[in-house]
Design a protein around this ligand. Sequence first.
Ligand code: NAD
Length: 372
Amino acid sequence: MNSRRDFLQKLGAAAIPLSFLPKLGSANTTAFADERYEGPVLRVAILGLGSYATRVADAMQACTKAKLVGVISGTASKITAWQSKYNIPAKNCYDYSTFDNIKNNPDIDAVYVITPNSLHHDFVLRTAKAGKHAICEKPMAVNAKEGQAMVEACKKANVKLLVGYRMHFEPKTLEIVRMRKAGELGQIMFFQGLCGFKIGDPTQWRLNRQLAGGGAMMDIGIYAINGSRYMVGEEPIWVTAQETKTDTVKFKEGVDETIQFQLGFPSGAVATCLSTYNMNNLDRFFLNGQQGWAEMQPSTGYGPIKGRTNKGELTHPHVTHQTVQMDEMAGIILEGKQPIVPVDGEEGVKDLKIIDGIYMAVKSGKKVDLKL
Ligand code: NAD
């Protein structure tokens, strides 16, 4: 018998409390957890095998409740490489023309769409039509109308639709959310979200309006939008926004370089945010209440996230965001678990309604009312 299992059985026989167990597995807590876990596992196929998909696939190797079992790609050589790297059987591999046959594959439960933004809509619709649960990267779509259509298609097909909001499972983020909900920060008055980086290669899809649906706002500004909602704990009712463009060659018509925007909330709280593709070192959240404050920097990168509040440093250990996200999403899909901060399609549509409002406010120069 496997010595670890043998050891566990002896522990069980000796009735040592379970709370003691994790400390023992410090060298390989994943294998340790795997052997104890006997519940349902979400079998996932990833669609679009680019850089973020690779990060997700690597992180999933440490998951307990989710398992990478299939791939969908337009590039045959990538399929072969992923098959050998992640041990994926040929029967679970598809290209974009054979993808719809996934409906006949009982060994795949969910498809995780990780393509350029404007392709999310069609691929999620096809996923729903195939009767598979859909996980979709942010931004869920390029406008709220498309996002809403995705929500309805998944509802009609009776499958779940989740958006890859990995920060919704990040421990320091959740601690601030807990403090705010418990009233420890007092009445929330102000949020600031600064999100950006200096983008390189001018030929990449992120700077192509057809594929990206916009510019920095779709890609990185969405973290400030989404963050303002889970940090303040309300839905905004108005937005104002101003755009600055220093390079009209790199950032063509419809591709935003830098946008500042302000959100107003029903309680009177306000948020002021910056989204940019033209500044580095911009990854900061600040939340201010009548009795306390919280700040995070970095606030939404892959981590480690750093944060402190008026009570001191947040010391929660770093976790690989995508590992926790996929395990938690498996719990949501298979066991009906309710996340502390929602990650469903409706949540994605709310962010897209705000993005639609921001672009309208930039164009008109006027305050835009939001109805989320
Ligand atoms: P990427 O360019 O590295 O990968 C995109 C993949 O889509 C490639 O494998 C490409 O071959 C494929 N693809 C399919 N059809 C395509 C087409 N018509 N044109 C171009 N590529 C096509 O991009 P990425 O950084 O992996 O981003 C993919 C998605 O993941 C985006 O929606 C992005 O916003 C999201 N993302 C999320 C996070 C996060 O932290 N949640 C981080 C990075 C990216």
